[in-house]
Design a protein around this ligand. Structure first.
Ligand SMILES: Nc1nc(=O)c2c([nH]1)NC[C@@H]1CN(c3ccc(C(=O)N[C@@H](CCC(=O)O)C(=O)O)cc3)C=[N+]21
Length: 280
């Protein structure tokens, strides 16, 4: 069997359309500010795509580009200024940050009500304890994709490979909240292959090109590939060995065109949700 392809580009376009309608009906314009320090090449595509998507959805969006040598104090000052600006509903500080800046300090400085990345400990705690808060964009996008592909999550055996604060942990929390039976596997997991083979829903978020081999995929599994890995030859691959995985799975996300576009759409969604929550 050859898996159906879960078209993240199409699902994201539909979600952005619904967001644009919501924005048009609001009595104010939600504001988003993305702060970029230096020129990490991995962030370049993301920043460009995000700016275009935000403007098309009718948001007031801008990227604030700072030099690579910006001090931690200066960045914290900018974050406080954005916290205090009533026109700004969402603040995103692009990661990674240069070595002189402690990312933990910067994330902690963002007003949790404006933390559209959902990385602040307050939002992580709200998610972990089943309360309403801002949810990290990538795992939120994965839940939208599962819904669009009509995947039954409740009762399913889900395996998340990767335990980052950005994807793995919030992904596990969302799947658990949707009543999946969740395993979080990682680089130190003994026999990762057999953990993956038990998965009815497999989410790969390890950041290593094609680390999840095709023969680790159970027959008829749903495979969500969060990885976006740039190869030395310029090509993009996911964390899953796509072609053989596709032969076994029931449904699979491609890279590019899978989870990536959903991350951007969910950033817009979070900005609108933050604006409505804060402005009433
Ligand atoms: N604070 C913060 N939050 C982030 O969410 C964040 C970040 N920092 N730093 C950088 C990474 C990277 N990231 C991407 C999101 C979407 C695509 C995306 O849309 N990719 C497309 C196109 C890829 C291409 O053509 O290169 C796709 O997968 O189809 C890529 C990368 C968000 N990040």
């Amino acid at each position: 069997m050859s898996a159906s392809i879960i078209d993240g580009k199409a699902v994201a376009a539909a979600l952005r359309g619904r967001i644009a309608e919501r924005v048009a009906a609001l009595p104010f314009t939600p504001g988003l500010r993305v702060v970029r320090v230096g020129e990490d090449p991995a962030s370049g595509v993301y920043v460009r795509n995000k700016d275009r998507a935000a403007q098309q959805a009718g948001l007031d969006s801008a990227t604030i580009q700072l030099p690579a040598e910006t001090s931690e104090a200066a960045l914290l000052g900018l974050v406080r200024q954005l916290n205090d600006d009533p026109a700004v509903d969402g603040i995103l500080v692009q990661l990674p940050l240069p070595p002189q800046v402690d990312p933990a300090k910067v994330l902690a400085a963002i007003n949790p009500a404006k933390d559209v990345d959902g990385f602040h400990a307050v939002n992580a705690g709200l998610l972990a304890s089943g309360q309403k808060g801002l949810v990290p964009c990538t795992p939120k996008g994965v839940m939208h994709l599962l819904k669009a592909a009509q995947v039954t999550v409740a009762g399913a055996r889900a395996v998340v490979v990767g335990r980052s604060n950005i994807v793995g942990k919030p992904m596990a929390a969302l799947l658990l909240a949707a009543d999946a039976t969740v395993t979080v596997a990682h680089s130190r997991t003994r026999d990762l292959a057999s953990e993956c083979r038990r998965a009815e829903i497999l989410v790969a978020a390890v950041g290593r090109p094609e680390m999840v081999r095709g023969d680790w995929i159970a027959e008829d599994a749903v495979v969500i590939d969060v990885g976006i890995n740039r190869l030395p030859n310029g090509g993009l691959v996911g964390d899953v060995e796509f072609a053989p995985a596709r032969e076994r799975a029931a449904a699979i996300t491609p890279v590019p065109g899978g989870v990536g576009p959903m991350t951007i759409a969910c950033l817009l969604e979070n900005t609108v949700e933050a604006a409505i929550a804060r402005r009433g």
